[in-house]
Write a protein that binds this ligand. Structure first.
Ligand SMILES: *Cc1c(COP(=O)(O)O)cnc(C)c1O
Length: 918
């Protein structure tokens, strides 16, 4: 797989790929050097082999100034040995460096930094990372110094910093120096080890390194326009660029300008501390460590560990606390053996002993909430311990009251729909674009959402529309452009609340690509935008042209919200356990609401209504740890999972054998062209560069998250469920979900290249099996296979749209807006006398579809997959729905039992209701 992304290509568009595959490049150098050394030892021809090493080292060196390790000293040694023709020493050193990079030994082993040290580099290519590294050594990071000083001094200066280390320091770091804005920006992008940046006033803008396209690359990725930067503002401008790109990084400025004045300026806002140039280096050292400590600290987890160590007698609930009922038991001692002592020692039902209360946090949970908000770029954060299923209900209940209208994607997770029943909010269901060929839905077009708003406006009930509720990204990877959605909807109603269900997307905060498509990223960007002078001018100009924008303008052009009236009100929920290192059910609710003072009370009520009074301590602690991890290595992990996904996509679709039977759905397959304005069709070479992807992600109405890989298996004759079973049984591969003819493969922060290789191998094996079988079975076999493929790929049921609520649940049955009272319909079903059943395949159904009376669903019917409600309480059942139900070949359908049939509200009950309402 390693040759899929050609490392070291001169194109800066592949810089990211090059950075991610840096270890591969080093391994390649080591292999070349070994070949050279062996040939030398055997007296064979060596010049070509040496040239290989030289070329490879030159390629590697293009970006090596972005890393502290191996650093100039070791690289120079390697180069000298190469030029001196000492093949065996080159091989030894290259192998040592490559192994140290691969194993991460340079993070904890001093000898890795020493060229003279005899190499005992193990063959680490296949060893897993050292699980104990944290316990063995101090966590290691790198500090980038951007400085005008003479490069000849850099090495000495780096050595000085190493000597400043003290035994009591909780972390260790190495420094690397660069001399320009461009190199600084580049280093932060490609080197995830960098956690702190020290800017020394006075450095220049332009890089001395020969990197073609660098400017264009920086402009795209960091939104930098070199011309706009005044010479005196280079360091603060770099600080802003870094803050926008990797907000978790701590920034320090060393300046001769008056630090007091600087500190107060807006320019310096992202900078953590400003030092006067001549101050003590020890101060800076301590500040740097302090910055890391802030992110490393896990207030709740730290305290829980302490708590577990204390000898405490318990006379409260929870017999397992401190393991007492377990280790003393004759019958369940294996519970203690399996889970270990710590988990039991860390169990308590107390909220004393510093454990704080999730329901009324005043101590470390409060601190934890603040750290979570900071890490995820929110104004406020709440922690959920019953999954996003409950978090959604909490948020819905906090922001809606009976009678409010919520414009909502019908494909939203069931928790939203149940939330509306609970609060009495009226859903106005809008439809996502269908991907009928894969039996799945995409996302809701912005025009559809705006049309819904305008329908409500036309009917004089815009004031009742409280919330827009969408899933971002969807199960299948459709990412909204939340900036655009919020801006254009706010132009119609400036105080709308947005609920973005980002159950899958919590990780997205931690790299700039995904972040641009997140609720919190968009809220921050729009807040900045609406506060700027430039926006006021833009709005004024637009308003002059459109003094009274009509509906067509609002619908079809990018209308602008009034900066005097617009409010940014965004809520995000995420299943931390789905994309980060939290235990199952760990969830977060993030808030960016300029009017939160109106919501705070209701939010608290909703939180109380839904949260257990005995929340699980380990779960809370795991949320704390997940946050720490992401704030310190989220950039590295999410970039890696993205790169891995891109490789998987390319490998599968380009593989001559695999691609005969399997196909990964591309952006072009998954997003209709009208929503893909950039025209991007696929990711990665040869289809496009990273830069194309950046552009598409910035502007297009929808983009496809590459980490969510829809693998079409129907073309290999497998339906999704069957294929999922096969992968699990024969190859030990677990995948996410299935559709009729596809499965969803998801890369995550835990995935490695070996996982990818395992999947590729499985697909290749299966493709070979099919070939063999077809060859063996001849013409008839081929016909059976083709028929099976056809049935899976073309014979797909149409996806039923939301029909409508029965007139009895609508205030104005003639209105274009379709919102309805779902709550009364839901509770009607509690009375058996109100309900009746019809069998799916009965004459009754046919007759009633034709002659009435209308069939009205008494409850939610939710098939898994696809997991959206094909019926909601009070909904009129149409022929589409029945046809879809009949074609469904899934076992799990919540709310429907084949033996009794579809549960309906009796027509007699409904007619009573209709007359009482009108
Ligand atoms: C999984 C999921 C939920 C529910 O989250 P849990 O943490 O499993 O309770 C909600 N919304 C979406 C879009 C989901 O995918």
């Amino acid at each position: 797989m390693n040759d899929i992304v050609q490392p070291g290509s001169a194109q800066l568009g592949t810089v990211f790929a090059a950075a991610v595959s840096r270890e591969d490049q080093w391994r390649q150098l080591s292999a070349y050097a070994r070949a050279w050394a062996e040939a030398s030892a055997n007296g064979g021809a060596t010049e070509d082999l040496r040239t290989n090493c030289r070329t490879q080292l030159a390629q590697i060196s293009r970006l090596e100034h972005c890393w502290a390790y191996p650093g100039t000293r070791l690289l120079d040694t390697l180069r000298d040995l190469l030029e001196a023709g000492d093949a065996s020493s080159v091989a030894r050193l290259a192998r040592k460096l490559s192994a140290a990079l691969m194993s991460g030994d340079y993070r904890r082993d001093e000898s890795a930094w020493d060229a003279a040290e005899a190499s005992d580099a193990r063959l680490l290519d296949t060893l897993p990372p050292d699980l104990d590294s944290g316990a063995q050594g101090k966590p290691y990071f790198e500090v980038l110094v951007v400085t005008p000083s003479d490069p000849a001094q850099w090495l000495r200066s780096a050595d000085e910093v190493r000597h400043m280390r003290r035994g009591e320091d909780p972390f260790e770091y190495a420094v690397l120096h660069v001399g320009s804005f461009e190199d600084g920006a580049l280093a932060v992008m490609v080197n995830p080890n960098i956690q702190s940046v020290v800017l020394v006033d006075g450095f220049q803008y332009t890089s001395k390194h020969d990197l073609p396209d660098l400017k264009q690359f920086l402009a795209r990725n960091m939104d930098i326009d070199a011309k706009s930067i005044e010479p005196g503002a280079i360091s603060t401008r770099l600080a802003r660029a870094i803050d926008g790109y990797r907000p978790e990084i701590d920034l320090y400025l060393l300046s001769d300008r008056s630090p007091e004045l600087l500190a107060a300026s807006e320019e310096a806002a992202p900078i953590r501390r400003i030092f006067h140039g001549i101050e003590e280096p020890m101060e800076l050292h301590l500040a740097i460590l302090d910055g890391i400590k802030d992110r490393y600290e896990t207030p709740y987890f730290d305290n829980l560990k302490k708590y577990a160590m204390r000898p405490i007698g318990t006379f409260h609930a929870l017999p397992v606390a401190r393991g007492k009922s377990v280790f003393g038991s004759n019958w369940i001692r294996d519970m203690g053996v399996f889970y270990g002592t710590n988990i039991l020692f860390a169990e308590s039902s107390a909220t004393t002993g510093g454990l704080d209360s999730l329901l009324e946090p005043t101590g470390n949970i409060k601190k934890m909430q603040e750290a979570t908000a900071r890490a995820f770029g929110a104004k406020k954060a709440y922690l959920g311990t019953n999954g996003t299923s409950t978090s959604n209900k909490i948020v819905v209940q906090a922001i809606c009251k009976p009678g409010d209208i919520v414009i909502v994607d019908r494909n939203c997770h069931k928790s939203h729909h149940y939330g509306f029943v609970l609060t009495g909010a009226q859903p106005y269901y809008v439809e996502a674009f269908p991907l009928t060929q894969y039996s799945m839905y995409g996302a809701v077009p912005l025009r559809t959402i705006k049309q819904a708003l305008l329908d409500c406006k036309a009917e004089g009930k815009l004031d009742r529309v409280k919330v827009i509720d969408l899933t971002n990204c969807t199960f299948d990877g459709h990412m909204y452009n939340p900036r655009r959605v919020m801006e254009e909807c706010l132009a119609i109603k400036p105080d709308l609340v947005f609920l973005w269900d980002e159950a899958w997307f919590g990780f997205a905060r931690f790299n700039p690509l995904h972040r641009a498509r997140t609720a919190m990223g968009a809220a921050a960007a729009l807040t900045r935008r609406y506060r700027s002078e430039a926006y006021r001018d833009e709005y004024k100009a637009w308003k002059e042209k459109n003094p009274n924008p009509d509906d067509a303008t609002l619908l079809d052009s990018g209308a602008l919200p009034d900066p005097e009236r617009v409010r940014i009100r965004a809520y995000q929920t995420n299943s931390t356990h789905k994309s980060m290192s939290a235990f199952r059910q760990g969830s977060m609710m993030l808030v960016w609401d300029e009017d939160f003072h109106q919501v705070e009370g209701p939010f608290e009520e909703a939180f109380f209504a839904h949260t257990s009074t005995s929340p699980n301590l380990q779960l809370i602690a795991s949320l704390d740890l997940a946050r720490r991890q992401m704030e310190l290595e989220g950039y590295a992990l999410t970039m890696r999972m993205t790169e891995l996904a891109l490789r998987l996509r390319q490998t599968i679709n380009a593989h001559p054998l695999i691609s005969k039977y399997f196909h990964v759905a591309t952006p072009a397959d998954m997003i209709p062209a009208e929503f893909r304005e950039s025209g991007i069709t696929d990711y990665g070479p040869p289809h496009g560069t990273w830069a194309d992807m950046v552009d598409a992600w910035h502007n297009d109405e929808f983009a496809l998250d590459p980490t969510r890989i829809t693998l079409i298996c129907g073309s290999a004759g497998f339906d999704g469920t069957q294929f999922k079973g096969l992968l699990a049984e024969k190859f030990d591969i677990q995948i996410n979900k299935t559709s009729r003819n596809s499965i969803l493969v998801q890369t995550n922060i835990n995935n490695t290249h070996s996982d990818a290789a395992l999947l590729i191998k499985a697909l290749a094996d299966m493709a070979r099996d099919i070939e063999k079988r077809l060859a063996h079975e001849g013409k008839t076999g081929r016909e059976v296979f083709d028929a099976r493929v056809k049935s899976l790929m073309t014979d797909v049921p149409d996806l039923p749209n939301f029909s409508r609520f029965h007139d009895g649940f609508r205030e104005n049955p003639k209105a274009a807006s379709n919102e309805g009272h779902m709550r009364p319909a839901f509770f009607m079903a509690y009375d058996e006398d109100n309900c009746e059943f019809v069998r799916l395949n009965s004459e009754d159904v046919e007759r009633r579809l034709k002659d009435g009376p209308e069939m009205v669903s008494a409850n939610f019917v939710i098939p898994y997959p696809p997991g959206f409600p094909i019926m909601v309480p009070g909904q009129v059942i149409t022929a589409d729905t029945i046809a879809f139900m009949r074609k469904l070949d899934v076992k799990e359908i919540h709310g429907y039992h084949a033996a009794v049939g579809i549960k309906l509200i009796k027509p007699s009950v409904l007619s009573g209701r209709a007359s009482s309402m009108h």
